[in-house]
Design a protein. Structure first.
Length: 377
């Protein structure tokens, strides 16, 4: 296991161990772990409504209703119509619950003592304060309706990221593929501690660089996985920037939406292999290429400017695969063939770029069906 922080796994271990402990200890009270925080909230805030519990605990309504109903059936709580708003029900603990709360708090305290054994008081205070801040951030974010876009790398000025334009280059994190030859493992295996670049800082930068920077190039990971991409692009388009998106082509609907809304001026679609063995080149056993095909056809027959981009890898691309790619992209306007850079750090480090002589032969094959095949950097 990596020695990098893996908060999600740690939280999951903590959660499951806590659940096991509570379920065992609560057995004699005929309660479950899921009911406990809800009962404590009602006991400490008599008259609280289901909506308030949902907001405070970031629960969905179904979970609350189910647990409230069970607690009611067990005789631990009762409901009462709210005097302020008749549509709401207020929740109160019964005398039966009040009798057991001492035991409930005792179970909770014992577990806490067990978890915090050998931790100094000042360390614990600091941890609790940080933990509460994280929970508050999580609660706030979970209730946010808008979807931000997450950037993790930023090359502020580039002369070759966008054809004939001075561009700024932003990289989003996360990808639905795990290509063995991927050189962006830090964006694919995104660590929790990776510093995010705030969208507002990018907007601010672009606002001040109008006339100096002309284009924004958005790369991945896979940028079309980002729910907030349209929102972000609308903002930068109103500033007059040209936009290039690099994509693996697996989100044709979103690609079409962005292009049809005129939010994208140039698409670079990354082709990984011929259709038969596509899965092999993206780190999967098999892969249905229909989405990728849909994106490719949209570009070939559509009006937005584009290129296909392909990195030849010795272990994946023999002549047969290259002929398949040529067949697949028949009629395409442009293909950039990008040799693997020397010293590239790939997810699977023992792969090799195709030798120069074979790349030349590949280009000859590809030129049979594609109008413009260029050697990339
Ligand atoms: S699609 Fe691109 S970013 Fe995603 S794993 Fe493959 S090479 Fe890496």
């Amino acid at each position: 296991m990596s020695n990098q922080s893996d908060l999600l796994l740690d939280v999951s271990i903590l959660y499951r161990s806590t659940q096991k402990y509570y379920d065992r200890m609560l057995q004699k009270l005929h309660m479950t772990y899921a009911q406990l925080p809800i009962l404590i909230m009602i006991y400490e805030q008599e008259g609280i409504t289901m909506q308030q519990i949902a907001n405070q605990g970031v629960y969905d309504k179904g979970t609350i209703s189910k647990n409230v109903k069970n607690l009611q059936t067990m005789g631990f709580i009762r409901t009462q119509e709210s005097k302020k708003d008749k549509r709401n029900k207020e929740l109160y603990t019964t005398d039966q619950a009040k009798q057991i709360m001492f035991h409930v708090y005792g179970i909770r305290r014992d577990w806490w003592h067990h978890l915090t054994k050998d931790i100094q008081t000042d360390e614990l205070d600091h941890f609790i304060s940080l933990y509460q801040t994280m929970a508050e951030n999580a609660r706030r974010y979970a209730n946010t309706e808008t979807h931000p876009i997450h950037f993790y790398q930023w090359q502020k000025v580039s002369l070759d990221a966008y054809p004939d334009q001075v561009a700024t280059v932003l990289s989003t994190g996360g990808c639905n593929f795990r290509c063995p030859a991927c050189v962006k493992s830090d964006l694919v295996f995104l660590q929790e501690s990776t510093q995010e670049i705030l969208m507002d800082d990018v907007i601010d930068y672009l606002n001040k660089r109008r006339g100096i920077i002309q284009a924004v190039s958005i790369e991945g990971g896979e940028p079309l996985m980002q729910d907030g991409i349209a929102y972000f692009l609308r903002q930068i388009k109103t500033m007059g920037y040209k936009v290039k998106i690099s994509t693996n082509g697996s989100f044709p609907d979103r690609l079409k939406e962005l292009v049809n809304e005129q939010l994208v001026d140039y698409v670079s679609m990354r082709i990984k292999n011929g259709p038969r063995h596509y899965g092999k080149a993206i780190g999967m056993d098999t892969h249905d290429v229909s989405d990728i095909q849909e994106s490719a056809e949209f570009l070939i027959h559509g009006s937005v400017d584009y290129e296909f981009w392909w990195q030849p890898i010795k272990e994946f691309h023999n002549e047969k695969e290259i002929q398949e790619i040529a067949q697949w992209l028949q009629g395409a306007k442009r293909l950039v063939v990008a040799p693997l850079p020397a010293g590239a750090r790939m997810i699977q480090p023992d792969l090799h770029g195709l030798p120069a002589e074979q790349i030349k032969q590949a280009i000859e094959i590809l030129r049979g069906t594609i109008q413009d095949v260029q050697m990339g950097d």
